[in-house]
Design a protein. Structure first.
Length: 274
């Protein structure tokens, strides 16, 4: 995505159309569009030819961008789990790992970055009906690997609003749910985690469209991305007007929900009832 956005910026600065750029590398206009969105792999030769077309002659600048193309083609660690993942999900894991700010609203269950291993196993078993135990365990292992990023030295800020429904809907037995609630209390005390609960008592709210995740990146060239997961696919929205609507919805959810301290008290109350 970073390389694609830089190539788009260079192309537009020269006033070159996508069609002309595609012609220069023996490709279509749509191929250039996919490259600029970071949705296809990059051939080093194509990047070099585009840089020449865009008038980039400085060797240091060319090498920086060509090196970025090589890095972009290296498969991430999560690709080894592709056999047990839906086709659209590896892209999300890559984006999640590159984000410096993750904002989300969840209503069905606890967000994957906050799930305990036992709770995650219950969720995966429910979602992968008929799958063998080995496949279930591989999916759970991937989820636990993703969580390491949240507690790493360069951890992103994570702002999450959980609907109370996600806390009351049982996955696994009573002990599993108690362990999950306790984990939420503990992880909500981390400085990079802002956890809020949208209580039933509030009534209707701006999250009526369902769960979503907003990903923001440290590179200024990259636009925010909204991730929407569906039953058989996922949507990645990066148009400014689309992102703005989800940002507004999340802002209202945060304003209307109790703050982190009050939300932690709500979690403790649910623990006492469980």
């Amino acid at each position: 995505m970073l390389l694609g956005s830089q190539l788009r910026r260079l192309r537009e600065a020269r006033g070159i159309t996508r069609e002309a750029a595609g012609y220069s590398i023996r490709a279509s206009e749509s191929k250039i569009s996919r490259m600029e969105l970071g949705r296809v792999s990059f051939k080093t030769r194509d990047v070099e030819d585009l840089l020449t077309l865009y008038g980039i002659t400085d060797e240091a600048e060319r090498e920086q961008l060509v090196s970025l193309a090589r890095e972009a083609n290296v498969a991430g660690w999560w690709h080894s789990y592709s056999d047990v993942l839906p086709t659209w999900f590896p892209t999300y894991v890559g984006l999640e790992g590159a984000a410096h700010l993750i904002r989300a609203y969840e209503v069905q269950f606890v967000h994957g970055l906050l799930q305990t291993e036992a709770y995650a196993r219950a969720v995966v078993r429910r979602g992968m009906k008929g799958a063998g135990e080995a496949d279930v365990e591989r999916r759970v292992t991937l989820r636990m690997e993703r969580q390491k990023y949240l507690v790493s030295e360069n951890a992103p800020d994570f702002h999450i609003v959980l609907d109370e429904a996600a806390l009351r809907r049982p996955y696994g037995d009573r002990e599993v749910m108690r362990g999950q609630l306790q984990h939420l209390v503990e992880i909500s005390e981390r400085s990079n985690v802002r956890l809020q609960i949208m209580p039933f008592s509030f009534g209707g709210h701006s999250g009526e469209g369902g769960s979503f995740t907003l990903l923001s990146f440290p590179e200024s060239d990259l636009s925010d991305v909204v991730y929407l997961e569906q039953l058989t696919s996922a949507l990645y929205l990066d148009k400014r007007e689309d992102v703005a609507q989800y940002e507004q919805a999340l802002k209202e959810l945060q304003q209307d929900s109790p703050g982190p301290d009050e939300s932690r008290d709500l979690l403790r109350g649910l623990l006492q009832l469980s």
